[in-house]
Write a protein of this length. Structure first.
Length: 487
């Protein structure tokens, strides 16, 4: 492990720190070191783990400002946005720790009439060592959806942060080690993509990945070799639908925040808007006016990763080449890595700005006949992470018809702040869920047990079975499921 990766301030290029680049052997060693910790962490039980996770949450909260400053320097986002991200992450640690016993404790289920002599129970057991691979765009909030829930479910975690935000990853793991000094329950492996690839093949019992769809395919391919289960939280192309009875000013503000905050580098950021005929003129007039008031550098930070600047420029140029209109901004950096807001109108549905994840401060705005046309356009995409609907009478119906994992009605990204709600997508946005009860169960193996309490009234699974029992069970089944008694 001789190589190192460098962490740099994306606004200035200044070197912040360097970290070891874990090679395959070092990653394997980290996973192996976690194996003895599995028993120890499991033996603490829900209550013991809750206490440790509470101590971690408090340690993070006590130095919230220090962490926010580090996120600001390493990721580039404004300090206030970093604080909000940390606040949400802390809420998730609290929720996961508090709800793990209720969600995951052994519970009885109804055995049904055929097995009424059995006690039937379901339990949820930790996988063991879980590998977590995270992105750079929300370096605290995003991995926390896997870290906190995997830990609360009783797993040990080896965490590989993005090579662009290793310092934030180091900070989180160091705070955990202060409150859990006994064993490497949460450990860190830093490095570039090959470190992540090594983690997939290092013998972890489950792999939780958050990042781009392209990398997710590589992760799933690597994990398939050993049948290691995966949860994949990938990219998105979230849309906002503005219906005829929407509060238009509210929809405008939501579209701007959803599309431009964090410089548009949000998996659940709004990238497309579909506004129906009745409100389109009012919506685009107000959106254009307000977008001109928003400034890169004041309201949001620089592009965190230099390569992303090129992606945004390419999508804007493609949209314009296909007949779209860049009404505000043109996607050029002045100077890089700052990109001012870009509003694109009349962009054809096959343009990159509509079909691919742009991950920049851009919004396409498309006029549609009605809500049905909006739903059809949203659902035509290959991604299906989140969405937003602004409207009144039909809003819930529209939300129900959108092909995606999460929807906010009359707000944006609200679902991410509700710890009890599962987070995840469909299609190219991935599968599996973090957050909420589903997020806890994602990090547990389900185990079913029956226990015979008394001999069966109708003995059916024995070679001593009696014909009268066979006739009786068929007759009872016809009575229960056949609709009417048959001869
Ligand atoms: P990447 O897919 O580039 O990287 C994600 C993580 O995977 C990084 O830690 C990366 O390491 C690592 N990695 C790279 N190559 C491999 C490999 N072959 N095997 C295993 N791991 C590898 O995504 P970004 O970091 O650029 O993050 C942005 C993407 O994440 C966007 O598409 C965004 O939509 C998505 N995202 C999804 C979220 C969700 O919850 N659905 C939330 C947040 C972001 P390294 O950085 O060192 O290359």
């Amino acid at each position: 492990m001789s190589d190192r990766i460098e962490s740099r301030d994306p606004a200035t290029g200044q070197l912040l720190a360097s970290f070891p680049a874990y090679d395959e052997a070092a990653v394997r060693a980290a996973v192996a070191a976690g194996i003895p910790a599995v028993q120890w962490w499991a033996a603490l039980g829900f209550e013991g783990r809750r206490r440790r996770l509470t101590a971690w949450r408090r340690a993070i909260t006590r130095d919230l400002s220090g962490l926010a400053d580090l996120v600001h320097r390493e990721n580039g986002k404004p300090v206030a946005d970093a604080q909000l991200e940390i606040v949400l992450a802390v809420e998730h640690i609290a929720w996961a720790a508090a709800h793990a016993p209720k969600v995951l404790r052994r519970r009885r289920v109804v055995p049904g009439w055929l097995m009424s002599n059995q006690e039937a129970t379901v339990s949820y057991e930790p996988y063991g060592v879980v590998g977590v691979i995270g992105p750079w765009n929300y370096p605290v909030f995003t991995p926390m959806g896997s870290l906190a829930y995997a830990l609360a479910a009783g797993n040990v975690v080896v965490y590989k942060p993005s090579e662009h935000t290793p310092a934030v990853g180091r900070w989180l793991v160091d705070r955990f080690a202060e409150v859990v000094p006994e064993q490497p329950v949460l450990s860190l492996v830093t490095g570039a993509g090959d470190t992540g690839a090594a983690l997939c093949r290092a013998g972890v019992d489950k792999l939780a990945f958050t990042g781009s769809t392209a990398t997710a395919r590589q992760v799933m391919t690597a994990c398939a070799e050993s049948l290691t289960p995966v949860v994949l939280e990938c990219g998105g192309k979230d849309a906002l639908v503005v219906d005829a009875d929407a509060d238009v000013p509210a929809a405008v503000e939501a579209a701007l925040w959803g599309g431009l905050s964090n410089a548009g580098q949000s998996c659940i950021g709004i990238e497309r808007v579909y506004a129906v005929d009745a409100v389109y003129p009012e919506f685009v007039e107000a959106l254009s006016r307000r977008a001109r008031e928003i400034r890169a550098g004041a309201d949001y930070g620089p592009m965190t990763v230099p390569a992303q600047v090129e992606v945004v420029s390419r999508h804007v140029a493609d949209a314009v080449a296909r007949g779209g209109r860049a009404v505000v901004g043109d996607g050029t950096s002045r100077p890089s890595p700052w990109i001012e807001p870009v509003l694109l109108f009349d962009v054809p549905e096959d343009a990159l700005a509509i079909t691919e994840e742009t991950f920049g401060p851009t919004l396409t705005v498309t006029r549609v006949r009605d809500a049905d046309a909006a739903v059809a356009a949203v659902n035509a995409g290959r991604y299906g992470l989140g969405a937003a609907v602004f409207g009144t009478a039909r809003a819930s119906d529209i939300a129900a018809r959108l092909r995606c994992g999460m929807v906010s009605i009359n707000s944006v990204i609200a679902f991410a702040g509700v710890p009890a709600l599962p987070f995840g997508g469909v299609g190219d946005s991935g599968f599996g869920r973090i957050h909420g009860a589903d997020g806890l169960r994602e990090f547990a193996r389900t185990k079913a047990v029956t226990r015979q309490c008394f001999p069966p009234v109708l003995a059916l699974t024995t070679f001593r079975r009696r014909p009268s029992a066979e006739r009786l069970v068929v007759a009872l089944t016809r009575l229960r499921h056949g609709g009417r008694l048959r001869p």
